[in-house]
Design a protein around this ligand. Structure first.
Ligand code: HEM
Length: 495
């Protein structure tokens, strides 16, 4: 009956629905395994706007820059991110924050984080990130340590970059107290919480499964620990908004109507913001290392850039600083190019709250359906980027070669603090656009730039089979398929 209905009946004002055999399940399997192939095949059949059934939901896909503009700039009363995401996020972040509160509260919560994501804060973060990575190299079994002076080895970048991201983000955004706890059993709680942050939550957020019990216990213990840190700092009169995110929230977190965020809500927001940066940055640095592992020419050019900008003191390069990172265009363009080919989020959703006409079509998306935008499709399309599938950071040296593309240095970025941000019709939007735009873009560039520069200074490397691995679409972000190994050798500073 479902098949017949699809063949015979076409709603006049609805986007064409991708054919599927099983009602409710719809296109879940093809979409879930290879979303970009699914989008591109159906784009060829139907154009930039089409719909598909995903586990009982109807998703209207809006591709291309016009799709970006339509979804990211839709009015608050018409589309809702909280209705689309809260199943997934509230059990993990906790209550009262991000998508478990009205949107105007989220807009203010994003502003409260601003001081910790400012230039002054970044200046103090860079040496801390360098220290964390070097310590990781010393203690991780994958890398050398001072005793054995291991000079070469193999490492799975999926594992190493996830750990490096947790350590560097915790040290900078959460401060020394929380970072020290990661050397204890506390680290297991992060892993328990993380395992409960999976795409299954979209459908079954509260199944009676051990992973969910562990997730809930971890959420409680982690948030209590953050609350203890907050009250200890308060007792000690240590309240500095530029110190880290905890300081920033302790000082700034009073809503415009005078309501103060409770410590529980601050703790939950800390979890939410850290989670926003964890998988996204970890996957980006893993992909960057893998692409560079196939391009020894770029590794050497990046090393030359380090030498040119930082200069040498004897055999050693001078320490990396925030200011020096700003003078390293090849490094910045390597991150930008990695994000073009590997946008960590392949799909961004909103639930439609009022019948929503799609511009330049006669389609109306009904209330209760979803709209889905995928900037990754556009970023990997030859229509917008010459030789799009090729990893070439130098393409960004000529900004005119990529019309309308915005990046880290774009002044039009307003973090989504305003009603709408500019630039939402750009073909290049790895950080989204509009009111839900990422607040972590600049931090991500500082963190990723410091991580990559430190790798470049310490090692040379190649991917183990000479190829960049395929994409694993089954987790929350677009990760390289494990084991994703690189073979590294320590740089020889004596020449
Ligand atoms: C939102 C990507 C790093 C915190 C977003 C969105 C995207 C994105 C696409 C928009 C989601 C939507 O519209 O539904 C990325 C990428 C990153 C990154 C590619 C790194 C390479 C970070 C970091 C942080 C962070 C480091 C925290 C320090 C957030 C927050 C939001 C957000 C709080 C706002 C959610 C909202 O308003 O609904 N990010 N992100 N992100 N991101 Fe990031």
């Amino acid at each position: 009956f479902n098949v017949l209905k699809q063949l015979v009946y076409k709603h006049p004002n609805r986007a064409p629905v991708v054919f599927h055999f099983f009602p409710w399940i719809g296109s879940a399997v093809v979409y879930g395994m290879k979303p970009y192939e699914f989008f591109n095949e159906n784009r060829e059949k139907y154009g930039d706007v089409f719909a598909f059934v995903l586990l009982g939901r109807v998703m209207t896909v809006c591709l291309g820059p016009k799709g970006h503009e339509f979804v990211f700039n839709s009015k608050l009363q018409d589309v809702s991110a909280e209705e689309a995401y809260s199943h997934l996020t509230t059990p993990v972040f906790g209550e009262g924050v991000v998508y478990d509160c009205p949107n105007h509260r989220l807009m203010e919560q994003k502003k409260f984080a601003k001081t910790a994501l400012s230039k002054d804060a970044f200046i103090s973060y860079v040496p801390k990130i360098v220290e964390e990575i070097k310590n990781y190299f010393k203690t991780s079994p994958y890398y050398y340590n001072n005793d054995s002076k291991k000079l070469s080895g193999q490492v799975s970048v999926v594992e190493s970059q996830s750990q490096i991201t947790i350590f560097t983000a915790s040290r900078t955004l959460l401060g020394d107290e929380v970072r020290q706890k990661l050397n204890t059993d506390f680290a297991q709680l992060y892993s328990d919480l993380d395992k409960g942050f999976t795409p299954i939550n979209f459908v079954f957020p509260h199944l009676p499964l051990p992973i969910y019990w562990k997730r809930d216990a971890a959420q409680q213990k982690i948030s209590s620990t953050y609350m203890e840190v907050i009250s200890k700092r308060r007792q000690e009169g240590n309240v500095d908004p530029t110190q880290d995110l905890i300081g920033s929230l302790m000082v700034n977190a009073t809503y415009k109507d005078g309501v103060r965020m409770t410590d529980q809500h601050i703790a939950n927001l800390l979890i939410g913001i850290l989670m926003g940066g964890q998988h996204t940055s970890a996957s980006t640095s893993a992909w960057a290392l893998l692409h560079l592992g196939c391009r020894p020419d770029l590794i050497e050019a990046l090393y030359e850039e380090q030498v040119k900008v930082s200069g040498k003191n004897g055999h050693e390069l001078n320490p990396l600083t925030y200011d020096s990172l700003q003078e390293m265009p090849l490094l910045t363009n390597t991150i930008k190019e990695t994000l073009r080919l590997h946008s960590p989020l392949h799909s961004i959703f909103r639930k439609v709250m009022n019948p929503l006409p799609v511009p330049n079509t006669n389609y109306i998306v009904p209330r209760g359906h979803y709209v889905l935008v995928s900037p990754g499709v556009t970023m990997m399309s030859d229509d917008y980027f010459k030789n799009a599938s090729h990893f070439e950071p130098r393409r960004w040296e000529d900004p005119n070669s990529v019309p309308g593309a915005t990046g880290a240095k774009d002044d039009s970025i307003d973090y989504g603090f305003g009603a709408v941000s500019k630039g939402v019709s750009s073909p290049y939007l790895p950080f989204g656009g509009g009111r839900h735009r990422c607040i972590g873009e600049q931090f991500a560039y500082v963190q990723l730039g410091t991580i990559l520069a430190t790798f470049i200074r310490e090692f040379k490397w190649v991917t183990v089979n000479g190829k960049v691995p395929e994409v694993d679409f089954e987790s929350m972000v677009t990760l390289p398929k494990s084991p994703a190994l690189i073979q590294w050798v320590k740089r020889d500073y004596s020449n």
